[in-house]
Write a protein that binds this ligand. Structure first.
Ligand code: GLY
Length: 353
């Protein structure tokens, strides 16, 4: 997999101009959704390199991350003169960078692209690391490819207009990066005050967070081994997310991951000795900022069934976890029995109040 260049922008227009200049393209396309078209594109519109760019605008949200929208993007690329030498710029959250990245991976067998993520979740996770794709058959990211952007331009200025819930959702992935990397990074993340958000500090933390992800992806781009560290919190997190979606009260991805990390840190404590003090410090931060998901023990079986069908499992019915023996001490390919999983859910209910 080609190395992708992640740029923490000081000046988005100049950085975009530089990034575009490294490509020898015949036509430039820019993909937005109905939100970023109105809220973000105007910030770039007088950039000289975008003067002749062909705009492709699609519906917002995960509901549009599907084959129909992808086919629309393919047809726009084809009808508006796209060739193998065209360049695509994706401006948006994870839905845009995932779908746009997959359109780039497949159009004419692959064209180069640049990601400009506009949400915290996409800055620290979706836009970096080369995973692209769409939802299919009611399954998230069922069809996709590993196909990294040539450049990812991170402009933290977009975050000033992001609501607190979406900020926290992205921050959960940063917290995960803290847990799988260094105690100093983790401790710094736990100090962040969302009531008086310091955007300069946030920009610095984003840089460190992206670094953690890049280091992991560089070692294992295709998720054969250590990239599974990035799944920490996600086995139970995805079950929480699916449960909420089916109950018609969807929660943001990062909230589900934060709550998943509470359970998986406890499993880490039980199984591989994750220290108790760090367990409770992390839980306190999550409880204070994310609240909790409400469920009863009647729901345990539903959670368990979602986990059994997770695509991260290597064998049918065997649930795969990434655990931590300490901060940065990663243990991949762990499992847990049904009884243990029910015990984690008990722990969650008791601890999260
Ligand atoms: N979102 C996890 C990964 O990129 O591997």
């Amino acid at each position: 997999m080609n190395k992708q260049q992640v740029i923490i922008c000081q000046n988005l227009k100049e950085d975009l101009t530089q990034a575009v200049r490294t490509h020898n393209y015949d036509r430039l396309f820019i993909l937005t959704d109905e939100h970023t078209n109105v809220l973000c594109l105007p910030l770039l519109e007088d950039t000289e390199c975008l003067k002749d760019a062909v705009k492709i605008n699609i519906g917002p949200g995960d509901i549009h991350k599907n084959l129909e929208t992808l086919a629309y993007v393919w047809s726009q690329l084809g009808e508006k003169g796209g060739t193998r030498h065209s360049l695509l710029v994706n401006l948006g959250g994870g839905m845009i960078t995932d779908l746009g990245g997959f359109a780039a991976a497949t159009f004419k067998r692959g064209i180069p692209y640049i990601n400009i993520p506009t949400t915290l979740l996409s800055m620290v996770d979706a836009a970096v690391g080369g995973k692209t794709g769409i939802n299919f058959n009611d399954l998230k990211n069922e069809i996709g490819a590993f196909y990294p952007a040539d450049q990812v331009l991170i402009h933290s200025g977009f975050l000033k207009t992001l609501d607190r819930h979406n900020l926290l959702s992205g921050y959960a992935e940063m917290l995960k990066h803290g847990l799988i990397s260094h105690v100093s990074h983790w401790a710094e993340l736990l100090k962040f005050d969302f009531d008086h958000a310091d955007y300069n500090l946030l920009q610095k933390l984003i840089g460190e967070s992206v670094n953690v992800k890049e280091t992991v992806v560089k070692k294992d781009p295709f998720e054969k081994n250590i990239r599974k560290a990035l799944n920490f919190g996600h086995t139970i997190g995805h079950a929480f997310e699916s449960f909420s979606l089916h109950a018609n009260r969807p929660v943001l991805h990062g909230y589900a991951v934060a709550w998943g990390m509470v359970c998986e840190l406890y499993l880490s404590h039980l199984r591989v000795g994750f220290p108790k003090d760090k367990l409770y410090q992390t839980i306190r931060f999550i409880k204070e900022n994310y609240g909790r998901l409400h469920f009863t023990c009647d729901d345990y079986e539903t959670f368990y069934n979602f986990m059994k069908h997770d695509k991260k499992n290597s064998a049918a019915g065997v649930i795969n976890f990434t655990l931590l023996a300490d901060i940065g001490d990663i243990r991949i390919n762990q499992t847990a029995t049904q009884e243990e999983i029910y015990e984690l859910l008990d722990f969650y209910s008791e601890t999260m109040g």
